[in-house]
Design a binder for this molecule. Sequence first.
Ligand code: GRF
Length: 345
Amino acid sequence: MARLKVAVLISGRGSNLAALIEACAAADFPAEIALVLSNRADAAGLAHAARAGIAARIIAHRDYAARAAFDAALDGALRDAGIELVCLAGFMRLLGKDFVERWRDRLVNIHPSLLPAFRGLDPHARALAAGVRFAGCTVHFVRPEMDEGPIIVQAAVPVLPDDDADRLAARVLAAEHKAYPLALRLIAEGRVRVEGDRVLLAGAAANPTMLLNPPGTAAGRATLTAAEPQLFVADLAKSCDFFTGMLGFAVAFRYGDPPFYAQVHRDGARLNLRHVDTPVHDRARVKREDLLAAAITVDDVARLFAEFQAAGVAFHQALRTEPWGARTFIVADPDGNLLLFAGAA
Ligand code: GRF
């Protein structure tokens, strides 16, 4: 299988780059990252490229007097590497019209809002100020105007009552890490066609599911009453993203440099996340035998289940009534730790 040769352009943290690297690691993924370019030598994301053995180059915008010269240097590096598609992932330089036109429909970006709403900086704070019920992210082809261009994939996440910009950003970021690999797959499979200002997708299943936020009729939010387990996790940042982005937790603290311990909390539940290099549990066995890592009690388990459904959580076990009367459901975290949520019937 010939894989689409992709370059990823970053300026900072590079968590979207990491998500794309992870997706491309699958044997059947139709794209490969052949080059990472950064305009900053200190971009933390460069470590992801190094770890994955991907060629990385630093082209510092400060070394170029004019934008056109910087753009030409980027273009040269992309051409030298035989790049077919360019993915902007937190690349904080505006690209000139010539560059954008030269890479027309072969240049994509991810923006953390449901475009065309909230283009530009601070989309999360502006989404909260506007009181929207859904936020999200958009992967789109790049046009010369900032955060404009045909939309390929969007992911929507609910805005929760006690969100601040950081919590909302974390939930959106978890969605970005799903949306970008999906968009890349669709492009690499040749299923994306630009027609005018829109993208037409070939063979995409239609999903008519309605998203309602707040869900159902009851207002308010379920309260987690208790739990304080220690969970073993391979990637602390990814784990924190999952708990904050999908399950409505907040990070209480991270400890160590680099961090090896963190605590996330929601109401009375505190989950201690301990980094381990190699899995402590046999994942297949945990899954097969329903070996729980934590039991978390909830005042309204059905409401919590609906909240998690709206956030797009995948369930190991859906909501059910146990023979002894309790209602439970089970969620697996990114390491396969099974978390049971339980409440009265
Ligand atoms: C993401 O939120 C992306 O949508 C925006 O910049 C941020 C980059 O984050 N364009 P990361 O560097 O990928 O972690």
